[in-house]
Design a protein around this ligand. Sequence first.
Ligand code: GDP
Length: 195
Amino acid sequence: MSLFSQIEFFTTANDLKSLPRDGWEVAFAGRSNAGKSSAINTLANRTRLAYVSKTPGRTQHINYFNLGNDRFLVDLPGYGYAQVPEDVRAHWEKLLARYLQTRDSLIGLVLIMDSRHPLKPLDVQMLDWFAPTGRPVHVLLTKSDKLTKQEASKTLAEVRRGLEPWPHCTVQLFSSLKKQGVADVETTLRGWFEA
Ligand code: GDP
């Protein structure tokens, strides 16, 4: 049975005090428009579980999805959208930092990057915030359907090399459009939950 076959929306939080107390969670983070909502929908095999935006940077909530057996998938607000007012941006960056640094029930981070624009400064910031926890990060290079096979394997190798400074990082190609890479994500997340 798929890890995501029972997935359902659980709750929305606007601050760290309102997060669920029990269970274990895997968080999805990424720059606005990187393809995070599409990836969650593709993994869940649903069209509209997470909101796919035409206007990136709008969803500034932490959304919890229940996977069953005290396991949660956490959809973090997208970062790096230029049109967001400075004070809002600062608030959410602080919240993301505190969440990644202090959330005990967070067992791993899935970091979504557009395969054409990987490892931007804010992605590096996320890796730096989370690294001290010693917990694993899995990078999804999304929209891989937009690259040729050759470009995709070159990007994969480059990002793998770029991630060397951070331990416990893995990376794969992913396409929501072509539904490529789904099984590999599931295997990684299952490993985290079963560890
Ligand atoms: P989010 O802001 O990170 O949640 O990104 P979305 O999931 O809303 O996707 C942003 C845009 O990229 C949308 O127009 C999606 O249709 C498009 N997109 C997302 N994933 C893919 C993919 O795998 N392939 C292609 N070609 N487009 C994608």
